[in-house]
Design a protein around this ligand. Structure first.
Ligand code: AMP
Ligand code: MG
Length: 473
């Protein structure tokens, strides 16, 4: 049996200016690290027994029948500065499938060799970021967060030059689409109205079939992105590089570079080594996503019959976004303390807890998880700080039907902690993939109490703390 992917490609039918046709560059000795069988099933992909055959396909050494490989063109604001042309510099879209659930998804190789958009890059990825994206994106999916997913990871058998020589790898990424704010920006910046119109029609059909005009599409994206960022924040997740080229129209999380989950609660937390001014820090995410939507709105204006009226309308839509984020944030944090339907004073209760957690350097994930077990006070350096809050909270919960169940399905027991990711990568560099497989297994059920996974729930010891993360390009 050979590996079969039932391709149904639509992006490749768009005009030439949207992408460059390019095949993956073969690698020396592909070997399979992991293939996501559950996801393959959803995508209607048949997998052979022979892992060498799977590695050949998901390294790019063999093209599956029906693939129409291409690198997509896009632009983007990177740390606030507009780059008029980026594009897939190391990613190659193989094509799309329509899954068992009726959803169309992209299948893309990341690290598959140079493309016309590689600029100075080598088109490759090293093992660390590939495994990190595999683990974190699958964990996010299990946590219920809209996200791209990981279908496979393959070692290339080649070393690539970074600061040192490092083993290369290829990630197969699956996404609702790879259309980014930057995809709209490139055609708007070029004043290519026909391409912009075409992209709008394509995006509307693929993601917002009910949208009657660009304003409605913008509204759809704003709502999904507002919900997404509030969801991230409710889990202590920091994306790390929310450039407009890393911001999807579908509302999925994309591009797991220097991302991190915080351990102790700190609203100012920043991990990315390249984010010197905290532009993409934990709390800043709620502001910067609004800025990103303003860039999308700007790119959509030429599509509107009356640009001046459009500016007014889009401005109102963007200005309403902070309210949407706040409402989602408040709803999610209320649920985290066991409150299903919010009422006056609940916001205050959440803020009070977070302030005390910050002052006491409480672990974000473990404190919320412990609320349902009655052991949260152990997370505070001064437990009386918690006790004072608990009195008010307990009284409030008397009016809630099933606060404990709500908290247990809202507050994960386990997240991909930075130090465990680093340890997993270090092991894989020494050819031990067991920690990678174990992380995937445990993180596939993040809301379970698994006594065998206690070590993965433990915060880092002082020497294990990861002070900074790297995008690893
Ligand atoms: P990212 O930081 O992964 O979002 O990438 C930003 C831009 O740099 C995108 O256009 C990437 O395709 C490109 N890029 C990142 N790494 C490489 C690489 N190793 N070779 C070529 N292009 C790259
Ligand atoms: Mg990117």
């Amino acid at each position: 049996m050979t590996l079969h992917i039932p391709f149904d490609n639509s992006y490749a039918a768009l005009p030439d200016g949207f992408y460059s046709r390019i095949s993956p560059t073969p690698v020396a000795a592909p070997s399979l690290i992991a293939v996501n069988r559950d996801l393959a099933k959803i995508l209607k992909i048949t997998l052979p027994e022979d892992t060498a055959e799977i590695a050949r396909i998901f390294s790019g050494n063999a093209l599956p029948e029906g693939a129409a490989p291409l690198a997509q063109l896009y632009a983007g604001h990177q740390f606030g500065h507009f780059s008029p042309q980026l594009g897939d510099g190391r990613a190659i879209l193989l094509g799309e499938t329509v899954g068992r659930d009726g959803l169309r998804r992209d299948i893309q190789l990341k690290g598959a060799g140079p493309t016309p958009y590689s600029r100075m890059g080598d088109g490759r990825a090293w093992l660390g970021p590939v495994l990190r994206e595999y683990v974190v994106s699958e964990a996010m999916h299990a946590l219920g967060v809209p996200t791209t997913r990981a279908l496979a990871a393959v070692r290339t058998g080649e070393d690539i030059q970074r600061e040192t020589l490092l083993p290369g790898a290829v990630l197969t990424r699956v996404a609702a689409s790879h259309i980014r704010v930057g995809t709209f920006q490139i055609f708007a910046a070029r004043r290519d109205g026909a391409a912009l119109q075409r992209l709008y029609e394509y995006t509307r059909q693929r993601h917002y079939p009910d949208a009657s005009d660009p304003a409605a599409l913008l509204q759809g994206v704003i709502e999904r992105q507002a919900a997404l960022v509030a969801h991230w924040m409710s889990l202590g997740f920091i994306h790390g590089v929310m450039n407009t080229d890393n911001c999807t129209l579908s509302g999925e999380t994309i591009d797991y570079g220097p991302c991190a989950f915080m351990d102790t609660y700190d609203p100012q937390a920043v991990f990315s080594s390249i984010d010197r001014h905290g532009r993409y820090g934990y709390a800043a995410q709620a502001d910067i996503i609004v800025w990103n939507m303003a860039q999308l709105a700007t790119a959509l204006i030429p599509l509107m019959p009356d640009p001046e009226a459009a500016v007014e309308q889009f401005t109102a839509q963007v200005h309403a976004m902070p309210g949407l984020i706040r409402a989602e944030y408040e709803r999610r944090f209320a649920a985290k303390i066991g409150i299903a339907a919010m009422r006056d004073g609940d916001k205050q209760l959440v803020t009070e807890l977070l302030t005390r957690m910050h002052a006491n350097q409480a672990d974000f994930t473990n404190t919320f998880r412990a609320l349902a077990d009655g052991t949260a006070r152990d997370q505070f350096s001064d437990a009386t700080d918690f006790d004072n809050w608990e009195t008010d909270w307990t009284r409030r919960l008397e009016d809630e039907a099933e606060p404990k169940a709500l908290m247990r399905r809202t507050n994960p027991a386990v997240i991909p902690r930075n130090h465990r990711i680093e340890q997993m990568i270090a092991a894989a560099l020494a050819d031990d993939d067991a920690p990678f497989h174990r992380l995937n297994a445990v993180l596939s059920r993040p809301f379970d109490d698994d006594p065998g996974a206690a070590d993965l729930r433990r915060p880092p010891t002082p020497s294990e703390v990861v002070p900074a993360t790297f995008c690893g390009t």
